[in-house]
Design a binder for this molecule. Sequence first.
Ligand code: KIV
Length: 278
Amino acid sequence: MKITTATLMDMKSKKEKITMATAYDYASARVVDDAGVEMILVGDSLGMVVLGYENTLSVTLNDMIHHGKAVVRGTKQAMVVIDLPFMTYQVSKEEAVRNAGRAIQETGAPAVKLEGGEDMAKTVEKIVRAGIPVVGHIGLTPQSVGQMGGFKVQGKNEKVARQLIKDAFALEEAGACSIVIEAIPRQLAELITEKLTIPTIGIGAGVNCDGQVLVYHDILGLQTDMRPKFVKQFGAFYNPMVSAMQSYVQEVKASSFPSVEHTFTMDDEIIAKLREKY
Ligand code: KIV
């Protein structure tokens, strides 16, 4: 059965933890979906972990749609959420609705995610009114990395903590179906989770959120670059992958690959005739 926004609400009411992981193509979506993860985020972290940019700001809506389509093709059960990239929803509500519409219409995913709290509530409301489920994202919002002065924990002081609570309420009131809460103190995430009726999905926000999200490459240990404090690697596949690739290189160079078992053959008579002629 496909996971829907109703499934997520049901899971929150039963205190069943929700899992979300990112995926960026058909192959990664199959891994995540086969593992039973309920929500797949086609995150704009795509820019950093797949496309090699320094941050998420260069990712375009066309990038998200291209990768989103592949993820949807690789997904049977999970609810796929497409991240709206930088500058596709900030300029006007109308543009936001149009771009959210493109994201779901062209990929076949049911929902979108955007960053921002109270300031984005009216935009979220418009998109929801157009019939598109929206996942909010507050706390550390990577598209505002310039304004935040880097990838830093948010909400440690009372003023920012109060604003984050307001942000969460504003998104819920605007009709968001769940909220990603990134890099805030666990006590604050717990308070927000208790007060909201919609599920919170934490990343660097402690164990008391309704669910957790991590980036595919971080879960599997597929990269050796920056690793934030809140990331736990559940696998360490980078080195084994490099080592498999090295074995391939060595065997090709030594002419030990392909061996007979990986080779097609033909009648000796036919090849003999061909050799005579040519
Ligand atoms: O883009 C992304 O991968 C995200 C998650 C880190 C929540 O927004």
